[in-house]
Design a protein around this ligand. Structure first.
Ligand SMILES: [Zn+2]
Length: 456
């Protein structure tokens, strides 16, 4: 349904504009930007292009807060967190997966994201048994997206082995596993169902990592998706850098850059550990670095070398990954403040062209995120998808502020409480800060999470 939004201030592709009306057509695209206030459907304060959330494993939302105790038997790092995650894998049903995904998408929308990419590897039943419909759990994510109205990019994951020595999957990992023939079957089945969903939904592909997919099968997998996003976990943990170096003779991002057709369709998730040559070449490749600052901090991964990468022109997007905390402004804040702590300096990432750190981070994350999830969005411009977020200009934190200072204040001093409205491809999903289906989604999630906590 065609609609229009009147905004007191809006960040368009031409910069900040005051008192404009953004018109949206039946396909969810911005059809006009005018000063004609005759029939605006909705009036808002500050209108921004909304970000895409480029990386999520929705089911991990259910374990937020449950892996924060010191493990007396082990050095407490990523691998002990993974043990808790595998306990969940023994019990999650398709109904649970759908309820959690809907909650995650709703929280993302209320935080100000308009779209989401799900890096989906939980394909099978506990023990690795196939569901009657191979794509059962993928369909549950699409069902959640229909409920929430979020702009959705599905990334089915190819996960074949437990490590580069080809060891077999075991325990919780059995739910992830596909050989390449089974994966092609899965991908084809999902693709045939895309006609049943909103037209802005996208199907891409995600070879899990160099650890979990052999080089031959990596090529076979990306051949399935010649025009759509390709995401891969790249260089999150020192342990995996060493494993890849020993097995393939190069660090993972170097190997990917030298052996894969890396271009604008690629998103390298957790490009945390790179040497200077890798940073410079990834920045020039056109690919997006998928950064997940809150999760990477929570897991103690390390600090992404953002100054060198961004000043080299590198594109990035933001992902909530483990969903331990879903908070758009906090993700961008963490990205910057981790650099400040490391460099012992303020305002590290913005540049001379865009001195405002809030605006620099926001606009870069908007364009890189849209590219990574395969959406024509991330900017307020005629022809782009109407992925939009509005902030409440009457909120005391930003009242009377204008332009870039609004973004600096949101990113460095506030959270989701400023978000008043969100549109995903023109679908008005959040009004007055509340998702349109909040009661139903939240009560379903509450029932699910109580049941899971009793079963752990
Ligand atoms: Zn991940």
């Amino acid at each position: 349904m065609a609609t229009s939004i009147a905004a007191a201030q809006a960040l368009t592709s031409e910069g900040w504009r005051k008192d404009i009306v953004v018109e949206i057509d039946d396909d969810g695209r911005i059809s006009n930007i005018t000063n004609n206030h005759d029939t605006p459907t909705t009036k808002v304060g500050i209108l921004l292009p909304a970000l895409s959330n480029v990386h999520s494993h929705s089911f991990q939302r259910a374990m937020a807060g449950l892996a924060e105790k010191r493990d007396p038997t082990a050095h407490d790092d990523f691998w002990s967190w993974r043990k808790v995650m595998y306990r969940f894998l023994d019990i999650l049903s398709p109904d649970d997966i759908e309820a959690i995904a809907a909650q995650v998408q709703m929280e993302m929308l209320e935080a100000g994201f308009a779209s989401q990419a799900e890096f989906h590897y939980l394909h099978h039943a506990p023990g690795g048994q196939l569901y009657d419909q191979l794509e059962e759990t993928s369909l549950r994510h699409f069902a959640a997206a229909q409920t929430t109205g979020i702009g959705y990019t599905h990334l089915p994951v190819l996960y074949m082995q437990g490590g580069l020595d080809g060891r077999r999957l075991e325990g919780g990992q059995l739910r992830f596993g596909c050989d390449i023939e089974q994966f092609e079957h899965l991908f084809t089945n999902i693709k045939s169902q895309m006609v049943n969903h909103y037209a802005d939904y996208t199907l891409g592909i995600a070879p899990h990592s160099l650890r979990a997919v052999s080089a031959d099968c990596l090529n076979a997998a990306i051949a399935l998706s010649p025009d759509t996003p390709i995401h891969i976990h790249a260089a999150e943990q020192i342990g995996e850098i060493e494993e890849v170096q020993n097995a393939l003779g190069a660090r993972p991002i170097r190997w990917i850059l030298d052996n894969m057709p890396v271009d604008k369709r690629w998103c390298l998730i957790h490009a945390t550990h790179m040497d200077n040559g890798e940073i410079d070449d990834l920045a020039k490749s056109g690919a997006v670095a998928g950064l997940c600052p809150i999760t990477e901090a929570n897991l103690g991964d390390g600090i992404f070398n953002a100054p060198r990468y961004m000043h080299g022109g590198g594109a990035f997007g933001i992902g909530a990954d483990s969903n331990v905390r879903i908070a758009l402004s906090e993700e961008l804040r963490m990205l910057e403040v981790s650099q400040r702590l490391s460099e012992r300096q303020r305002v590290v990432l913005s540049d001379e062209t865009t001195p405002s750190n809030g605006r620099f981070l926001y606009e870069r994350a908007a364009s890189g995120g849209a590219q990574a999830v395969g959406r024509n969005s991330g900017r307020i411009e005629i022809g782009a998808l109407a992925d939009l977020v509005a902030l409440d200009e009457t909120h005391p934190s930003i009242a009377s502020l204008t332009g870039d200072t609004v973004l600096d204040t949101w990113i460095f001093a506030c959270g989701g409480e400023l978000v008043s409205d969100v549109w995903s491809a023109g679908r008005h999903t959040v009004k007055g800060g509340i998702h349109m289906n909040r009661d139903k989604i939240a009560s379903q999630f509450l029932q699910t999470i109580k049941k899971l906590r009793l079963a752990l």
